[in-house]
Design a protein around this ligand. Sequence first.
Ligand SMILES: [Zn+2]
Length: 727
Amino acid sequence: MSTIRRGFTCLFLSLFFQGALLCPPPALAGGLKRPVEHKLSIELKPHLGTLTAEDALTLYPGKWNEPSFVFLLHGDFKVDPVEIPHQGDWKISATKTRDGSKPINRIEIFKPTNNNWPDFIQFKFRYRGPYRDLQETGEQNSVENAHTVFLSQNSLFYPVIETGNASPLIIFEMQTTTPPGWEVVSEGKRISHIDNGGRISTLWKCDDPMEEIHLITDRYHEFRGRWEDIDLQVFLRSKDPELAQRFIETAKLYIPFYQRLIGSYPFVKFAVVENSEQTGYGMPSFTLLGSQVIRFPFILHTSYPHEILHNWWGNGAFVKTEEGNWSEGLTTYLADHLMQDLKGKGDRYRFQELMKYKNYVSKKNDFPLNEFISRTDMTTQAIGYGKLVMVFHMLRKRIGEKVFLDALHDFYFEHIFKRAGYQNLQEAMEAHSRQDLSTFFRQWISSKGAPQITLGKVSSQKTKTGFQLDFEVLQNQNGSTFDLDLPYIIWSENNAAPLIKMATITQSNQNFSISLSSAPRAILLDPWNEVFRQLNEGEVPPSISQSFGDSQSLIVIEENGEQALQGAYKYIASTLNGKKDTEADWLEQGDHSVWLLGHHFQKNQPLLKWLETKGIIVKQDIIRIDGQPYSLKEHSVALTVPHPKSPRHSISWILLHSAEAAKGLARKLPHYGKYGYLVFKGDQPTNVAKGAWPANPKGRLHRFSNGPLPLPEQKPLVDFRPGDPLE
Ligand SMILES: [Zn+2]
């Protein structure tokens, strides 16, 4: 069974929540002349979890070669015999089948023998019974205790055509009747909404081809706004006009921004819909956000723009899954990365992505981007999001900002409401840049692995006219050599502006020679982290993700610690990968990362010393960070330092202040992967201080003399920002 998620994208939430994994039907392929048309009429009873439905479905068989069509409906529905108004001797076979634990009604309709398929054909389905709510909690959806009802293609709440690989696109009209208070949200435009105090009757219509239909319903309070001719809607489970207003106003910043960046917004509405379950999903023209996440203030300028941008990438131009999912990486590049790029912090963002690749991807679990479907863990995220962010950045640098954006604009308009793959993306980039990008795409999209780059020999000598700087660039990875553009920077004496150059690298060992007017002070490769590469040992500052990423780590629980905390430390240990070790010899075993769980360890002197060099002092019941004291009786702390015997491994030291904090801490820590120190307060617990250790350009820097090496600021992708007045 495929675990491919289609028709909606997973919002990238860096904190706390990951979307539930849904398991839709098998991947299918089209071949029809036009999209399938559904005309649905559904009466929902959320308190009972049932529906009564009718679908007048029109097909345009075109060159359909098969003698039959197979339709799937949820197996718990009672389905009436299908009506076919078209003349002829149609044969219908209705059977019950299963897909794993999922019961399915399978209805196969055969065309009359010796006849061709007509130009179009209509089928009328009538069915009723319990629907498959993908968020069914097992509790009844009672009046007091309602959860959001979530129906999608995977629920088989409308007849879904089974074909070879990608399912045919569909357009639809969906008339729903719901009990008082229950509002329905779907793709497309709400044509009518009648609430006469009794039942609510709603008509959603979508004339743009979609991959699937969603039906979301809950007792929503609705808020409305408008930007130009786009309806902005917010559906909340509680009456919270301020919250709704924030989402409406923020959409008015980002929709115009992305229209200017890529091209017009593809829908007539954009809706923010609250979900009782903690999801971050993006569907065409709306987003479904969990009731907790929707209230985090930082969401508005982090995940929300990402979500809005998915209306262009993934939900506007769809993903041809068989070529790999490009939409997450592109959305992340133009949302999460671009927001940092606009603040002059793109280099730091990219370094974090390189760190994730270093910490979570190994030879064993690496895979090429054209095999990425969706994020299921840190490894798939490091590749499908992080590596692809780097690849788009290298592409932008290779062909230039304007060409890159022009090509994306064309790619979008050519593939809106169609499925597109890397092949199409490559064609658009090649057409605009007039460059052959086949090596680029083969190397970064269809192949795995990463180059590891260091400076080799570096020397400088005086010449008649000035100085000559000779340096060597090495690719140290095992396996094939990469072709890449490598930026570097040279600082010289008496020269205010450093020299920024680009080296074309095609070999594992290459020599370069540069003439300078004055003596060089230093040379640094890849100064802004613009090349997708394997970071060098020592380049990565220790962070807690390093310990999480080491499946061979040792776990040591303090042996004579406070009794009340023993169980809590054991609980944390049970959530970690690794094997238990004793206090006696953890320090001797240098080839593993180590988790230290407890307050007092005999052998932690090297850790304390290292921390002191970073301004952190742990003494008795107090930890001081840059002078700021935190009581260890009220705060839980996680500190990660390099392993004294093996700097490529780390030691993460966890100190709990209460047993109650253990559960929340274990859940939260993986989301703070890039940090070196973390302080939490309370039993929730809530983060009150955090920091990452500075990166070290190990292997990339050669100095001839001491002194500061200021990096010039980099220009962002565009010179306009969200909220700028329209041109
Ligand atoms: Zn996403």
